[in-house]
Each structure stands twice: as structure tokens, then as C-alpha cells.
Ligand binder design. Structure first.
Ligand code: PAF
Length: 282
């Protein structure tokens, strides 16, 4: 495994790979890697000849300075895990390397990026598109692997890839959970043990909502999920929306779509830590 910090070195390393016709896979990450990332990396290593993992905390996708400052970072531990997983190249650039000049490009894919995370974190998806489009241009992967925890991010990245005409297949990978049901996230490191236990209620309630959905309306299930979670000391739901899995638009009846997903963001604990999760109804 080689660790590369410059775009030029990365392009030089990948040129012979491409000439020999080998396939290249990319796993974009912001580091602080956990088993969820490991599952994406394993697929990339298994399914592509050469696997590139980027580790870059992208400042342009943070709309909150404190969130950016407190985002966990540990490149050494990340590289150790990636070496064990058999990764070919780790790309860990500086901010100046990725953004030698401020990125003034704007990406807008309404209505997919205007709801939920798009509404709550203005500019977030623009920043995600800025960095992912750059990574796609630097690495030119055939396939790129993304975790389904960030359900809306996958839809936005797909829209961007189509818009820019990039020949990259976006591969969604299932959420990995702790035994308690808590979706793995780099932000979980910021939770105390007690908060972690409380946070596992998010998935418990989402699981229960699968049953409620058999007898109750979309509106009733939405309200019940929010009220169950908000009744737990230390949890505060930011939003829970039951949406069409393709358009990400809220549905009003279960029969409105063949693909239905409930997307949630909950604040947990003292700090508080912002946690996201989702559940598929059909
Ligand atoms: O999902 C993430 O970790 C980030 O949004 C991504 C895709 C690596 C872009 O910075």
C-alpha cells in the first residue's frame, strides 16, 4: 500500500494501471474509519484490480465551523486498517492540494438536494459535489463505493455523476450497525458510553416503525417515531421524513411509491452529536 498526498503523484501512480487495462475502484472517506468504511473498502478490494481510498476531511461540506473542528481525525490508525484490508493506494491530500484556489463551482439538483440534509445543512451537498467531482477527476475510477447511511448523499452524487457525464458506477453499500443497532458513524466516537446506549434507541424505534407501518398512515408513523425518540432524555429529533426512495420527496400514502425510505437525523447527548440513519419500508 502506498500513501500519496499530491494529485500529481496520484495521477503518476494510476497512469500505468490504466494503460494495463486494470479496473480502478474508489472509496471516498473523511477518515476516522470504522467497520462501516471497512465494508466498503472490502468490496472495493474484492471487485476492483486497484483500490484507492481517499482520506480527506472536506471543509467545503461543513456549514458549521465547530463541527469541522471537532470532526475526528486519525490518519495513522486509518492507514493501519487500510493496509490490513489490502488497499493499493491511500490518497490523503491537504486542503491546499485539493483546493489550490477556492472552489467557486455550484452544483444544484433540485428537488433531491433541497430536502432533509439539503434543507438543514445549506451548502453541504454543494461541498460534497465539489470534493467528489474532484476525486472522480483525479482518480477516474470505474466504480465508487458509498455507504447507504448517507442515503440522500448517494442520490445527489448519482445526479452529479449523470450531470457531468462521468463514467463512474456509484455502488451503494448497506449500513453496518453495532450489536445495539446503532448505525456506525465516525461521529459515534464523540459519544459517551451512556450517550451511545441512548443513541441505539434510534434504530430500535425505526425497527418498530416497520410494524406500525402495517396499520398506520404515513403521517401517524412519522409522528409516532418523532414522539417516541423525543421522549428519550438526551435525544432530539431534527427531522424524520418518509420519502420516495428515488426522488427523496415526502410521500403522503404508502401506495405513493414502490420505493419508500424513512430518513432521520437526531441530536444526541450534551455536545450534542448529530446522528443520521434510515430505514426502508419497501
Ligand atoms: O460520506 C462522506 O464521508 C463524505 O461526504 C465524502 C463522500 C467522503 C465526501 O467528503
Amino acid at each position: 500500500m502506498i500513501v500519496i498526498t499530491s494529485v500529481k503523484e496520484l495521477e503518476d501512480a494510476l497512469a500505468p494501471v490504466r494503460e494495463s487495462g486494470q479496473s480502478v475502484g474508489l472509496v471516498p472517506t473523511m477518515g476516522a474509519l470504522h467497520e462501516g468504511h471497512a465494508s466498503l473498502v472490502k468490496r472495493c478490494v474484492d471487485e476492483c484490480d486497484v483500490s484507492v481510498v481517499s482520506v480527506f476531511v472536506n471543509p467545503t461540506q461543513f456549514n458549521d465551523k465547530n463541527d469541522l473542528a471537532s470532526y475526528p481525525r486519525n490518519l495513522e490508525a486509518d492507514c493501519e486498517l487500510l493496509r490490513q484490508l489490502g488497499v493499493s493506494i491511500v490518497f490523503a491530500p491537504s486542503v491546499e492540494e485539493v483546493y489550490p484556489e477556492p472552489d467557486t463551482r455550484t452544483f444544484s439538483y433540485p428537488p433531491i438536494d433541497t430536502v432533509m440534509e439539503g434543507a438543514k445543512r445549506p451548502g453541504h451537498f454543494n461541498g460534497v459535489c465539489q470534493v467528489v467531482s474532484k476525486l472522480f477527476m483525479f482518480v477516474k475510477p470505474e466504480r465508487a463505493f458509498f455507504g447507504e447511511k448517507d442515503f440522500q448523499q448517494i442520490a445527489v452524487v448519482r445526479a452529479m455523476t449523470r450531470d457531468l457525464g462521468l463514467p463512474v458506477e456509484i455502488v451503494p453499500c448497506p449500513i453496518v450497525r453495532e450489536a445495539s443497532g446503532l448505525a456506525l458513524s465516525s461521529r459515534n466516537q464523540l459519544l459517551t458510553d451512556n450517550e451511545r446506549a441512548i443513541a441505539s434507541t434510534i434504530n430500535c424505534v425505526l425497527q418498530k416503525s416497520l410494524d406500525w407501518a402495517k396499520a398506520e398512515s404515513v403521517k401517524q408513523v412519522t409522528a409516532r417515531v418523532v414522539s417516541e425518540l423525543d421522549s428519550v432524555d438526551g435525544l432530539q429529533t431534527e427531522y424524520f421524513q418518509i420519502v420516495d426512495g428515488d426522488t427523496l420527496q415526502p410521500i403522503s400514502k404508502w401506495s405513493d411509491s414502490d420505493s419508500v425510505v424513512g430518513c432521520i437525523t437526531v441530536y444526541c447527548g450534551q455536545r450534542p452529536v448529530r446522528l443520521i440513519d434510515n430505514i426502508r419500508y419497501k
